[in-house]
Ligand binder design. Structure first.
Ligand code: 13P
Length: 224
């Protein structure tokens, strides 16, 4: 008998569950907010958290296997309502293997004021590869939101979604979650720094050098 998709992809499914739980325990989302997905290793689609599920009780059996056309192949019949932003991100970024969408507090404060995070602190470049832009507003779950988002994510690992939240991506789920964590921390620094005084953005030559270091790190990770 042919194996189910869950039987074939159990390790990656467990990683999605673990990442969704950590997103909550790290305070990056709460209740049923946020969602997590992973590209299937053979690229036949993605594995995503179901809509409206309490992540404390999430198991691998609750996840949805979805193909690139958005058809559910197996698992819960109700994938995350934000399926479109996950699918569009994987299609626009062939390097991306994990996506985490959070509603963390400081990053959301920037998202609702539509304030991008400039490159003002060394850590940002090394983690996101550049500034964190704000994708134009799109109704939650809509193709417009997905299109606006991929426009903000062309060459970086994170973006804010106007009046909504954060998206972080990575070569794996651990990186995608780390990106969301760092964006939240740096959003907090940015908001506090704005109260203290003018912010000095990093100079062009510094940004250029750090971007090179970021790309070199990525190439090493990918064994290129
Ligand atoms: P889902 O439960 O449908 O994934 O929606 C949560 C969310 O955060 C929407 O932005």
């Amino acid at each position: 008998m042919e194996k189910t998709l869950l039987e074939q992809y159990r390790p990656i499914a467990e990683q999605v569950v673990q990442t969704a739980r950590e997103m909550i325990t790290k305070g990056l989302a709460y209740g049923v907010a946020g969602n997590v997905s992973a590209r299937l290793p053979d690229n036949r689609g993605l594995l995503i958290t179901p809509s409206g599920k309490n992540y404390g009780k999430l198991t691998a059996e609750d996840l949805c296997f979805v193909d690139w056309q958005g058809q559910v192949l197996e698992g819960s019949p109700r994938p995350s309502s934000e399926l479109a932003i996950h699918t569009a991100t994987y299609q626009a970024r062939p390097d991306c293997r994990g996506v985490v969408h959070t509603h963390s507090t400081f990053a959301c404060a920037l998202a609702v004021t539509r304030t991008a995070i400039p490159v003002f602190i060394d850590e940002l470049m090394y983690v996101t590869g550049g500034p964190v832009r704000v994708a134009e507003y799109g109704f939650p779950g809509s193709p417009e939101l997905a299109q606006n988002l991929v426009g903000a994510l062309t060459d970086v690992q994170a973006a804010l979604m106007a009046n909504h939240g954060v998206i972080g991506l990575g070569d794996d789920l651990a990186e995608a979650l780390h990106v969301c964590e760092v964006v939240e921390k740096i959003s907090e620094v940015y908001i506090n720094a704005l109260k203290v005084g003018p912010i000095f953005e990093l100079e062009g030559w510094v940004i250029e050098r750090q971007r090179k270091a970021f790309l070199a790190k990525k190439a090493r990770q990918r064994g290129q």
